[in-house]
Design a protein around this ligand. Structure first.
Ligand code: FES
Length: 114
């Protein structure tokens, strides 16, 4: 299963078997917590930290493509990072590619180079 065409921006972050029974896992990319989540058979990568008060979106409930923050229920579209309730409260999303058993995201410019 391949999703997208990886290029130099993509870095490996996890293997498919790291996804839990709900199709989720959280990885650290530099200082950023990134949620990998499978919805309708497609993987999405998004910032795990809610811009409202820092809730962990990986613990939220999904309603279609909307992932609700577990703290105050703000919804975020896993495809776009938009919050339909609060247009200014957008989270970062990352392009995802799967190569064999490996999940890659386009986040090379986010990784601290120390
Ligand atoms: S911390 Fe996410 S909605 Fe409040």
């Amino acid at each position: 299963m391949d999703e997208g065409q990886p290029d130099g921006r993509f870095i490996p972050v996890a293997r498919l078997d790291a996804l839990d029974a709900r199709g989720r896992t959280v990885v650290h990319v530099g200082a950023v917590r990134v949620l990998l989540v499978r919805v309708d058979g497609r993987l999405h990568a998004l910032e795990d930290t809610c811009p409202h008060r820092g809730g962990s979106l990986s613990e939220g409930d999904l309603d279609g493509h909307l992932l609700h923050c577990p703290l105050h229920a703000w919804p975020f579209d896993v495809r776009t990072g938009h919050c339909p309730w609060r247009p200014e409260a957008r989270i970062r999303i990352y392009d995802v590619s799967v190569r064999g058993e490996e999940i890659l995201i386009a986040a090379s410019d986010s990784v601290a180079t120390r």
